[in-house]
Design a protein around this ligand. Structure first.
Ligand code: 5GP
Ligand code: MN
Length: 335
């Protein structure tokens, strides 16, 4: 990060700070935000974490989670803490539209904005930018940030638990985006007392019965395989959401099951949401789903995990997605 010394100087005295992460927060959004939260609190700052929408129950055990302000249920308080903030940290997203209305709130504010993120092509809305598209997770970058601030020896157990959560979720339990550096950081987290077995159990074995039945429904009734394009698709309708009584965050991870099939390069999870159709894409190897999401579905993300959306009906969106496949046929077959 350029100007790191300037930011370090600003953080040398107590500040009013807000940390914001993205809508439909995942383990990395929550883990990186709360990890930074505990660090900044320990440095004497007044800190608030803001999320645009609710977090999944699987993370309820995390230290500090009950203090998070959720914009959807507390708009006034969100506005109040943002307007008071001298510094706003933006974590795990690369453009203000990923935080919806909260983006409109913070854009005009004069507060210093700091972006810490690992997504491709960050938009230039922040005063200080720490962008590392090779990082496994924003949580790993929060660890790097604390090291840059010179406080590696002071990392608390609470920060370690939160950083571990961001790393283990965004790497799919150390399957993607790993590096020797990452494993060294994780080793250090374990030395700080992180109980990795217990945390993985809390995070990953947290489905309830309806979610497990929904998974069965997706794989048995809603899955389509297109061998010619090495692509698997799962779609969910509004009626599916009603029948299984599920909300969006509870479908997390379903898309990954498609990649378990031999000879599948790309997985698509296309779902009917109240006002949009949401698209989640995953891929293997060099095949970039980021490219597809950016060009065709107003979205983006990472090469192997991206998302986007469409204002057209589910059927039309599905047709549009399938019509794109011939263009990518060679790449899908030579990933
Ligand atoms: P997911 O498919 O789990 O929702 O998201 C996968 C990745 O794509 C995440 O890193 C997320 O930040 C990114 N992503 C998901 N939806 C969108 C979107 O609508 N716009 C952008 N720019 N990125 C997205
Ligand atoms: Mn992330």
């Amino acid at each position: 990060m350029e100007n790191i010394h300037e930011l370090k100087a600003q953080l040398a005295s107590p500040k009013d700070i807000v940390i914001i992460s993205h809508r439909n927060p995942d383990g990395d959004a929550i883990g990186s935000s709360l990890g930074l939260y505990h660090y900044l609190l320990s440095q004497g700052h007044a800190v608030h974490v803001v999320l645009p929408s609710e977090y999944p129950d699987a993370f309820l055990w995390m230290p500090g989670i009950q203090n998070i302000i959720v914009f959807d249920s507390d708009q006034e308080r969100t506005r109040e803490v943002c307007e008071r903030a001298q510094i706003i940290f933006c974590l795990d997203f690369n453009s203000l539209d990923r935080i919806d209305k909260v983006g409109e709130i913070i854009q005009p504010l004069n507060s210093v904005k700091v972006l810490i993120d690992h997504h491709l092509y960050p938009e230039p809305f922040a005063d200080y930018v720490m962008s590392d598209t090779t990082a496994s997770s924003t949580a790993e970058m929060v660890f790097d940030f604390i090291v840059l601030m010179g406080h590696r020896p002071d990392i608390s157990r609470a920060t370690a638990d939160c950083v571990y959560t961001g790393i283990v979720t965004d790497t799919g339990s150390f399957k993607f985006s790993t590096s020797p550096k990452l494993f060294r950081i994780v080793a250090e987290l374990l030395e700080l007392g992180v109980d990795d077995y217990k945390l993985q159990d809390l995070i990953f074995n947290s489905l309830d019965e309806k979610q497990l039945r929904l998974l069965g429904h997706c794989l048995y009734n809603r899955m389509e395989i297109l061998p010619e394009y090495r692509t698997g698709i799962i779609t969910l309708t509004k009626e599916d959401y009603e029948h299984f009584d599920i909300v969006r965050g509870e479908t997390e991870g379903i898309v990954n099951y498609l990649l378990k099939m031999r000879d599948i390069t790309m997985a698509a999870f296309i779902t009917e949401q109240p006002s949009i159709v949401k698209i989640s894409l995953r891929s293997k190897g060099d095949f970039s789903v980021q490219d597809i999401c950016r060009k065709h579905f107003k979205g983006g993300g990472h090469r192997n995990a991206s998302g986007g959306f469409s204002f057209q009906p589910l059927k039309v969106t599905l047709r549009k997605f399938k019509e794109l496949l011939p263009e990518y046929k060679d790449a899908l077959n030579n990933y």
